[in-house]
Design a protein around this ligand. Structure first.
Ligand SMILES: Cc1cc2nc3c(=O)[nH]c(=O)nc-3n(C[C@H](O)[C@H](O)[C@H](O)COP(=O)(O)OP(=O)(O)OC[C@H]3O[C@@H](n4cnc5c(N)ncnc54)[C@H](O)[C@@H]3O)c2cc1C
Length: 320
């Protein structure tokens, strides 16, 4: 298998999800290469090598500074064809999904998305994808090469398994049509702590909080645990919390080690976004709340009483 992993960068660091995918690729094949596409990204090649890439292709050009897909598709398409890669893997993100689908169209290749595992069976690559609200796992394959796959965020933990890579510079030649879209403005939401995609601990708030101001309870617990805050669609629709934090069918899929659900009923559309979490703790005043059916620890009670006490306890234990 000649595998290429697209390693996305953000704020001068390789994105954790891409490094996790790279580690998985290195488990499946000895000869894994990675590609960095951006501006001033060459310095990241060593980190990428330590995470399993023997060769790191670097397309370092100001034309790739904005996180736009088509210029990346131009570079990737030429690289895949000239180097003969038969497999191209992506860790899911908004940009990676655009790049992967653009590359699939450009190369007339098959793309399997939302995979949560990959394995080699009798020399063939097999992808695993949750279906029917994540209640079953379907095995998927490809009928042609190159095989493209987008892996669900948070699926593979990055692990350092490699050494110093061979770094190969790639020329950046863009198609006219790929330069038509320009980035007018990029704004970063002010936030503290890890993002919900990267966090080991997520504290999520639902309508049971009663009003937007009560999200302070959830934020306090998340801060004490060094985690991130997530929300249900009900509270996002009500304008209590930003959409970027919505977990579920119409939001993000997360898989932290610990997920604490506060005042969340546990609708199927929420469940599909968080059921892959390591340990699920739910606090709800209704003993019959559906979320208790798939929680590891069910706490029946009022979040307004329990969450502040829990936060105090965590702070005492952590000495903060
Ligand atoms: C097409 C589609 C897509 C959807 N996508 C998503 C999605 O991406 N993400 C998502 O989350 N939802 C999604 N939904 C909505 C979903 O069906 C639910 O309506 C939503 O998840 C409910 O949010 P909630 O649990 O915050 O609110 P509710 O269902 O109103 O639950 C509130 C819970 O809080 C408890 N509670 C109330 N007061 C307290 C208290 N003081 N202490 C403790 N517990 C208390 C109640 O017992 C209740 O269980 C989608 C729906 C559709 C149709």
């Amino acid at each position: 298998m000649a595998t290429l992993v697209y390693v996305e960068d953000h704020e001068g660091e390789p994105v954790k999800g891409s490094l996790g995918v790279l580690g998985k690729a290195a488990e499946l094949s000895d000869e894994v290469a990675a590609v960095l596409l951006g501006s001033e990204v060459e310095a990241l090649a060593e980190t990428v090598g330590r995470h399993g890439a023997k060769r790191v292709f670097v397309a370092d050009d100001p034309a790739l500074e904005a996180p736009l897909p088509q210029p990346r598709v131009d570079v990737l398409a030429k690289l895949v064809e000239s180097e003969g890669f038969d497999t191209v893997l992506f860790g899911a993100s908004v940009l990676a999904a655009d790049v992967a689908s653009g590359l699939a169209a450009r190369l007339d290749a098959g793309l399997n998305w939302d995979l949560v595992d990959l394995e080699l069976r009798d020399g063939k690559l097999v992808g695993k994808r949750p279906e029917l609200g994540d209640s079953v796992i379907a095995e998927v394959g490809w009928t042609s090469e190159p095989r493209l796959a987008l892996i669900r965020s948070g699926t593979f933990e990055p692990a350092e398994s490699g050494g110093s890579p061979e770094v190969l510079r790639v020329d950046v030649e863009l198609e006219d049509f790929s330069t038509k879209a320009v980035m007018i403005e990029q704004a970063h939401e002010e936030s503290q702590g890890p993002s919900i995609e990267d966090a080991d601990v997520i504290v999520a708030g639902g309508r049971g909080l009663g009003q937007a101001e009560n999200f302070a309870l959830v934020e306090g617990l998340a801060k004490a645990l060094g985690g991130a805050v997530a929300a249900t669609r009900a509270v996002v629709d009500a304008g209590w919390y930003p959409y970027a934090t919505q977990v579920g069918q119409a939001g993000k899929t997360v898989s932290p080690k610990l997920y604490i659900a506060c005042g969340i009923s546990g609708a199927i559309q929420h469940k599909v976004g968080m059921q892959g979490s390591g340990t699920i703790v739910a606090i709800n005043k209704d003993p019959n709340a559906p979320i208790f059916e798939y929680s590891d620890l069910a706490v029946v009670g009022d979040i307004h009483e329990i969450v502040p006490k829990l936060t105090d306890l965590v702070q005492q234990r952590r000495g903060s």
